[in-house]
Design a protein around this ligand. Structure first.
Ligand code: ADP
Ligand code: ZN
Length: 735
């Protein structure tokens, strides 16, 4: 960062600005503007903060700080050469911070993740074939010369990779004068998507939806539409039309996706439609790519950005349209730092920026469904699959009547269906939302169970990694041979299934089938995941065994059978959204079946086939599910008919946490429209050695709950020592 600083006098008292620093602070700080520097609100600057020099954004011009402080104010060090943050983005930062009770600086931080290095691109070097062949010729040298025989400039590392040689071979040829080194021109701006590159032939139903999309994008005004289409109906193809329209209008588009669903398949489909891939934004970008993409976004060269939730806060030069794909997905809620829901905040951004937004899903969230029913959102529906494909046929397998053999988890009926599928050379998917081999290990001799030492949780057996692992803090230990409690040998048994154990069972049942486990802990990067998904799509796997990672947005053309190993897993954990989540997840995972040809079939292994979620799935009766769930939310005053917030209190010991939680509850301001429930010990009572208590605040929809919380917390005792209070407005997790 440029730290050159002018030591101009402080004679000009009006040239002062308030800046917001991207750290966990809510307030702005006043700085003097050095003579010769002109600053406007939104400008990105460098300022001294304590011993450091930090990046900051001018939040207000002509600040009027306390005159007594004036002479002690420091000066802005530099104005950075990046586009200023627009008023709409600053308004969004303020709005989100205010609503979620997060420090404004924490929200601002998400807009400024431009990568560490803002400096000029490191110069990249290229090599060109210019001279005579070297005196000493080797096979490696020969290959390099072949690769460069066109006498054009090639990237040095690319040339080495293509020829399959080390950089040293190239250097040797340079020393011999066979090759020259020249700087490569800087990478060209990303090529623009072509809105008319390859438009699909739409079905009649799709055409109507696509027309509605185009009209929406062309409106150029705030407007929310729910693109409500069953799995395989062509939602993506249809919303691409809105993107195309927005590209024609010369404005930027943002496609938000739940983190892990950023698949290569999606990028390829985009390229098939628009001729080029969109720009990506997610946590795994290298710092250099991040910096380059940030610059393309803020400079306006990036026409279409596909990103995970944090992409919402980027400083687009001219954002004209937003899509939130799989809008019901829980991954849109960020649960650390600033706790925000990206779908909801995307609607807020669209509102502030006065642009249209589309929420897409096969199983809309109850919130969005209610908004569509009330006419607040326009519903654009795709009720049937593209190409005349049927929706999967779904059957429940009652585990009470058709249990699997002892120590096994696949019931005989499901096993038989998998055998048929494999014989027909179709794929089968076994779905179990549980990582690892077994969720619990115990000693047959003394009953000892392996638990985490600092969390209130069992250790999960991971056989591939050969360790027992805590899923909450990451603690792990090797699986011992003798019981640490009673010293019995060979007495440890695995209890319950995880995906790794299912693979073992599948391999035993179908020894000739090729199996693959897809689980987030086995995947080292987005790239490896993309490779594995491609292998499945190309049919190189017969039985896929996966966690919710496989549920999202992939097309596996040969997959016609989905077996849900434990359909009850997400129910009955005290989460008010348990039924909704289970319905969405199972619908989505079974929706992977029968998308291309053949009839998809789904089996739900369950102990409660009479549960409304199972009945709605089996009857393919979405309406019945929404009707009963909405009725229940309305009756009990749960969202979206009421508001919720959680206060999570934690401390290094139980009495401190509980005592503080009680004190906090006792000073809650009285309001007849608001209920404060608790404190209660959290379902996950201890995480990383911290004891946790929860308060749940429930109010009528008309209440400004954030304001109520702010007043309450202002009057509350201060957290001291290692006490911690976290506020979660619109909580999605109740653990
Ligand atoms: P959804 O997102 O609703 O599950 P997709 O957009 O992924 O559905 O479409 C499902 C499959 O059908 C994809 O392989 C897609 O390419 C194909 N498809 C959908 N509509 C068309 C169309 N009009 N022409 C050709 N293929 C289509
Ligand atoms: Zn732990």
């Amino acid at each position: 960062m440029d730290t050159a600083r002018s030591h101009a006098s402080s004679a000009n008292p009006t040239s002062m600005v308030d800046v917001l620093v991207p750290v966990a602070l809510d307030q702005t700080y006043s700085y003097r503007v050095p003579r010769g520097m002109e600053l406007k609100a939104g400008d990105v600057v460098a300022v001294p903060l304590g011993p450091r020099e930090v990046m900051a954004v001018v939040w207000a011009e002509n600040a009027k700080p306390d005159p007594r402080l004036h002479n002690r104010l420091k000066e802005v060090s530099a104005k950075l050469d990046v586009p200023p943050l627009k008023p709409e983005l600053r308004a969004l930062v303020d709005w989100v911070a205010n609503y979620t009770l997060s420090a404004r600086g924490m929200v601002l931080r998400m807009t400024l993740r431009m990568g560490e290095n803002l400096g000029p691109e490191r110069m990249r070097l290229g090599v060109r074939l210019v001279g005579e062949p070297p005196r000493r010729m080797t096979l490696a040298r020969q290959r390099v010369i072949e690769v460069l025989s066109d006498r054009l400039l090639h990237g040095k590392s690319e040339a080495a990779r293509e020829a399959g040689v080390s950089g040293g071979v190239i250097d040797g040829l340079v020393d011999e004068g066979t090759l020259t080194v020249e700087p490569l021109p800087p990478p060209a701006a990303p090529p623009a998507p072509d809105p008319d590159y390859a438009q699909p032939e739409f079905s009649r139903q799709q055409r109507a939806a696509a027309d509605a999309m185009r009209t929406l994008a062309a409106s150029g005004n705030f407007h929310v539409a729910l693109l409500d289409g069953v799995t395989g109906s062509g939602k993506t193809e249809v919303y691409f039309e809105a993107i195309a329209e927005n590209v024609r209008r010369g404005r930027q588009s943002l496609i938000l996706m739940p983190e892990i669903a950023l698949t290569g398949q999606f990028l390829d489909r985009f390229a098939q439609r628009f001729g080029v891939r969109p720009l990506e934004w997610h946590s795994e970008l290298s710092p250099r790519t991040r910096a380059r993409n940030w610059a393309a976004i803020s400079g306006g060269e990036a026409a279409v950005v596909v990103g995970a939730r944090s992409a919402l806060f980027l400083p687009y030069a001219d954002l004209g349209f937003i899509i939130v794909d799989e809008e019901h997905d829980q991954a849109y809620k960020q649960d650390d730092g600033a706790r925000y829901h990206a779908r909801d905040m995307a609607v807020v951004r669209a509102h502030i920026a006065k642009i249209p937004i589309v929420l897409a899903s096969a199983t809309p969230s109850i919130e969005s469904e209610v908004n569509a029913r009330k006419g607040r959102y326009q519903r654009i529906a795709l009720p049937s699959r593209f190409g005349g494909q049927h929706m999967p046929h779904i059957e429940a397998i009652d585990l009470r009547r058709e249990p699997p053999p002892r120590g096994r988890f696949i019931s005989p009926r499901l096993a038989e269906q998998i055998r048929y599928a494999v014989e027909r050379r179709e794929q089968a998917l076994l779905f179990l939302n549980r990582r690892g081999y077994a969720p619990l290990t115990l000693c047959r001799a003394c009953g000892h169970r392996f638990a985490c030492t600092i969390c209130d949780a069992w250790l999960v057996d991971h056989r591939f990694r050969q360790r027992l692992v805590c899923h909450h803090c990451g603690f792990s230990m090797p699986r011992p041979n003798i019981c640490p409690h009673c010293a019995a040998e060979e007495s440890l048994v695995a209890v319950g299934p995880g995906v790794e154990r299912l693979q073992e069972e599948a391999a035993a049942l179908f020894p000739r089938a090729r199996t693959m486990v897809l689980s987030s802990d086995l995947i080292t990067s987005i790239e490896t995941m993309r490779t594995e998904l491609n292998e499945i799509a190309e049919g190189r796997v017969d039985i896929i065994i996966g966690t919710q990672l496989v549920a999202k947005g992939h097309n596996f053309p040969r997959l016609n059978l989905v077996g849900v190993v434990d359909a009850d897993l997400g129910l009955g954990n005290g989460d008010p959204r348990a039924a909704e989540r289970t319905f969405q997840l199972l619908n989505q995972v079974i929706g992977r079946a029968g998308r291309d040809q053949g009839r998809g079939v789904g089996y739900l292994q369950t102990h409660q086939p009479e549960h409304p979620v199972m009945k709605a799935l089996v009857a393919n009766d979405r309406e019945a599910f929404y009707a009963s769930e909405i009725e229940q939310r309305e009756r009990t005053g749960y969202p979206p008919f009421g508001r919720l917030a959680s206060l999570i209190i934690s401390a290094g010991d139980r009495p401190t946490a509980e005592g503080f939680a009680r004190k906090l509850a006792s000073v809650a301001p009285f309001d007849e429209r608001i209920q404060v429930l608790g404190p209660a010990e959290a379902p996950l009572a201890v995480i990383k050695g911290r004891y946790r208590f929860r308060l749940l605040v429930k109010s009528l929809r008309s209440v400004d709950l954030s304001q109520y919380l702010r007043e309450w917390l202002a009057a509350a005792p201060k957290t001291t020592g290692n006490l911690k209070l976290e506020v979660d407005v619109d909580p999605q997790s109740f653990l």
